[in-house]
Design a binder for this molecule. Structure first.
Ligand SMILES: Nc1ncnc2c1ncn2[C@@H]1O[C@H](COP(=O)(O)OP(=O)(O)OP(=O)(O)O)[C@@H](O)[C@H]1O
Length: 323
C-alpha cells in the first residue's frame, strides 16, 4: 500500500548502461555508464516538483524508469504503489507523459482524431472522455484547432494539444519533459497557467523537467537537482538560488550612449552602444532596481533575463568544490 506522502517513491535507484566503445580496428571495449546512481526521494500525492540538471545528468533516464520503459539496475521504485517496469500497462492508465521535443499525436491526422484514438486505446469511459476533452479544449483553447492536422499546428498549439492528450484518461501523475521548450512568451504563460490550475484543482502530481528556471519559479515550491546520476539538491527554489548565488540580468536600453550606470545592488557587466547589461541577485525583485534606474537615467526599454539552470548549477558546484 502506498501512503499519500510517498506516492512516488525511489530508494537507491540505479540505472547502469553497458556501452561498447570502439577503441581500435575491430577492438571494442565494454564500459559502464551510471546514468542514475543511487537516487532516493519521495513525492507526496498532489505535489508539483521540478527535476532539473545539466544535459546528460540522468533526468530522462529517471522518467523512463518511472514510466516503466526502462527497468532499474538496482534499488526500489514505486509509483502509486505500482512497480512500473513490472506493470507498465496498469501504470499507463494512471500516468500521463508529455515530451516537449516529441509528439504523441498522429502527425497526419486532425487533432480530434488523435484524441478519438486515445479514447479507444485507454478504454476511457465515454462520459469521462467527453468531460475531460471539453475541459481541455476550453482551458487550452483548442476548439479552433481540433480539425487541423497536427503537422500544420504551430509548436505552441501542438504542445497544448499534447498536454490535452496526456490528460484525457485523468492521470494521477503527469511527467512533463521540457513542456515549454521553444515556445513564445504568450504560449509559455498559457501552458504554465494551465499546469498550475491542473495541480491545484485536480490535485494532479506533477514531475517537471525543464531548462527554463521561470517554469520552476512559477510552478514548483520544491526542486530537485540531479547531476551525474546523483541527487545534489532537494528543497525550495529560493534555497537553490542561495546555494548557487545566481544572478539575473537586467538589459536596459538608454536614449543614447552613456557611461556605465551606477546603481546600488547591481553592476554593469556589458555595454554596447545605448544598451547596458546589469547583473543583480536572482533572489531580489527587479522592480526597485528598475525604479532607481528610471529615476536617474533616460531609459527607453528594458527586459529581464533569467539565469539559466545550467549557470545556477555550475555555480553551485563551483562553490561546493571550493568550500
Ligand atoms: N540507452 C542508453 N545507452 C547508453 N547510455 C545511455 C542511454 N540512455 C542514456 N544514456 C546515458 O546516460 C546518461 C544520462 O542520460 P539522460 O538522457 O538520462 O540525461 P538527461 O539528464 O535527460 O539529459 P538531457 O537534458 O540532455 O536530456 C548520459 O551519459 C547518456 O549518454
Amino acid at each position: 500500500m502506498t501512503s499519500e506522502s510517498d506516492f512516488i517513491e525511489l530508494d537507491g535507484v540505479e540505472k547502469v548502461f553497458d556501452v561498447r566503445k570502439k577503441t581500435g580496428f575491430l577492438r571494442r571495449e565494454k564500459h559502464e555508464v551510471r546514468a542514475v546512481d543511487g537516487i532516493t526521494f519521495t513525492v507526496p500525492r498532489g505535489e508539483m516538483v521540478g527535476y532539473i540538471g545539466p544535459n546528460g545528468a540522468g533526468k530522462s533516464t529517471t522518467i523512463k524508469m518511472l514510466t516503466g520503459i526502462l527497468t532499474p539496475s538496482g534499488g526500489r521504485l514505486r509509483v502509486a504503489g505500482i512497480d512500473p517496469s513490472r506493470e507498465r500497462t496498469r501504470l499507463a492508465r494512471r500516468i500521463g507523459v508529455v515530451f516537449g521535443q516529441r509528439t504523441t499525436l498522429w502527425w497526419d491526422l486532425p487533432l480530434i482524431d488523435s484524441y478519438r484514438l486515445m479514447h479507444r486505446m485507454y478504454r476511457i469511459p465515454d462520459a469521462r472522455f467527453k468531460e475531460n476533452l471539453d475541459r481541455c479544449v476550453e482551458l487550452l483553447e483548442l476548439s479552433a484547432l481540433l480539425d487541423v492536422p497536427v503537422r500544420q499546428l504551430s509548436l505552441g498549439q501542438r504542445m497544448r494539444g499534447d498536454i490535452a492528450a496526456a490528460l484525457l484518461h485523468d492521470p494521477e501523475v503527469l511527467y512533463l519533459d521540457e513542456p515549454t521548450i521553444g515556445l513564445d512568451v504568450i504560449s509559455k504563460a498559457k501552458v504554465r497557467e494551465f499546469l498550475r490550475d491542473l495541480n491545484t484543482e485536480a490535485g494532479t502530481t506533477v514531475l517537471l523537467t525543464t531548462h527554463d528556471l521561470t517554469d520552476i519559479e512559477m510552478l514548483c515550491k520544491r526542486v530537485m537537482v540531479i547531476d551525474h546520476g546523483r541527487l545534489m539538491y532537494d528543497g525550495p527554489l529560493a534555497g537553490l538560488h542561495e546555494v548557487g548565488e545566481s544572478e539575473r540580468t537586467l538589459v536596459v536600453d538608454l536614449e543614447r550612449e552613456l557611461p556605465p550606470i551606477e546603481v546600488e545592488s547591481a553592476r554593469v557587466v556589458k555595454v554596447e552602444g545605448p544598451r547596458q547589461w546589469l547583473a543583480f541577485p536572482a533572489a531580489e525583485s527587479a522592480a526597485p532596481l528598475v525604479a532607481r534606474i528610471a529615476a536617474e537615467y533616460p531609459m527607453v526599454d528594458l527586459s529581464v533575463r533569467e539565469p539559466d539552470i545550467e549557470a545556477v548549477i555550475a555555480k553551485m558546484y563551483a562553490e561546493k568544490a571550493t568550500s
